[in-house]
Design a binder for this molecule. Structure first.
Ligand SMILES: Cc1ncc(COP(=O)(O)O)c(C=O)c1O
Length: 384
């Protein structure tokens, strides 16, 4: 099948078979042009831009994103990326020593490191909920989560909406509801959500939600949102303190020193591009492509195990590779990635997690069936 949109709308290297939209996204030419426009506007008169124009521009862009994820505009700020948002929350949090913080065994490594750092300083006990082995099921995830909530009585729960290496969409509303019912505060790592799956922050009812805009919403790199529940706003501070300290969420986060925030300002251009490709219809098309790709991978790679049941597939299709690809380890995952890239020009993530090697393919409007076939041919040659 041909792609939904010509690849020439992006600046992607034509010699590479790019099946990893998920890690960093790919910013379209039109959005890069919008970003460049803001940079030129800044440099035309830097003082006028920073002092007079920027506050209104940032709030205007934030209001557009707030409407998109359904949250009141006063409760949404931009951060550079999901990692920065998570760090702001954890660094701001005051918990008693020995408080339990729960996260999932599939937690993204940067988030785990942030928990390690802030938890270490605060004397928190960070507990990982072991999710079942692949294929993950909603029931299996919820059962493991319930058992951990009952056993550990956490003060804070950090939960992914879409886990990274396995690319699986978790039943996030149910996870948040169950954690909140125990009295815990909940931080949702929705790094992959905006533009990949529907994200309704109000309905979610979490204390904090972080989401990248540069992945699936086509914003430039350095654009992410942090949505904050009304009762958490006064106590939340950015990782960098500047003039706006203690003057409210927007004043604190909108200016953290002189820097280029064109990625934030061009985020609405990313949203516009996403809508021009169909918006909800694009998410559905990507999901359909991911499901097709997954079925094809399972058929073409003997012994491959799908990451999850079909209902949990978003725009990424992952499989656990069979033992014929080698003893699972970080080094093996890296070597496999590098071979695919160096010998076959296929860009696809291979991760080591839970004692297994995971291979994840991203669907996207510029991806064609031929791209997947190139990966399958490469895997066949490596696995001879
Ligand atoms: C689940 C999850 N959380 C957090 C991140 C971190 O995103 P960033 O590097 O943009 O901060 C990622 C990145 O892929 C992710 O997959």
């Amino acid at each position: 099948m041909s792609s939904l949109a010509p690849r020439s709308l992006w600046t992607l290297d034509p010699s590479v078979c790019f099946l990893n939209h998920g890690s960093f996204g790919a910013t379209p030419r039109a959005v890069l042009a919008a970003q460049r426009g803001f940079q030129e506007r800044l440099e035309a008169e830097p003082v006028r831009f920073f002092v007079r124009e920027l506050p209104g521009l940032v709030r205007g862009a934030a209001a557009e994103l707030a409407a998109f994820v359904d949250v009141d505009p006063e409760g949404l700020v931009f951060v550079d990326n999901a990692t920065t948002g998570v760090n702001a929350v954890l660094a701001s949090l005051r918990l008693p020593r020995d408080a339990v913080v729960l996260c999932l065994s599939h937690v993204y490594n940067a988030v785990a490191q942030s928990l390690h750092r802030h938890g270490g300083r605060g004397g928190w006990r960070v507990v990982h909920v072991n999710l079942p082995r692949a294929p993950l099921t909603e029931t299996g995830v919820l059962t493991a989560f319930d058992a951990a909530l009952a056993r550990h009585k956490p003060s804070l729960v950090v939960v992914d909406h879409i886990v990274s290496a396995a690319g699986v969409v978790l039943p996030i509303h149910e996870l948040v509801r169950r954690a909140k019912a125990t009295g815990a505060r909940v931080l949702v790592d929705a790094a992959h959500s905006p533009g990949q799956v529907p994200l309704n922050v109000r309905a979610l009812g979490a204390d904090w939600v972080v989401g990248n805009l540069h992945k699936w919403l086509f914003a430039p790199k350095g654009a992410a949102i942090l949505a904050v529940a009304a009762d958490q706003r006064a106590d939340l501070h950015p990782t960098v303190i500047s003039h706006g300290y203690r003057q409210g969420l927007a004043a604190e986060f909108d200016f953290t020193g002189t820097r280029d925030v064109s990625a934030w300002l061009a985020a609405p251009a990313g949203l516009k591009f996403w809508r021009s490709l169909g918006g909800d219809a694009l998410m559905e098309a990507n999901q359909a492509q991911a499901r097709r790709f997954r079925a094809r991978l399972v058929e073409a790679v003997p012994g491959a195990i799908p990451a999850c049941e079909e209902a949990m597939v978003g725009a990424m299709a992952a499989i656990v590779l069979p033992p014929s690809f080698g003893e699972p380890s970080f080094a093996r995952a890296l070597a496999l990635h590098d071979r695919l890239f160096d010998e076959f020009s296929v860009e696809v993530p291979v991760s080591f997690l839970d004692g297994a090697l995971w291979l994840r393919v991203s669907a996207q409007a510029y991806v064609q069936d031929a791209d997947l076939e190139r990966l399958i041919t490469a895997l066949g040659q490596i696995n001879r």
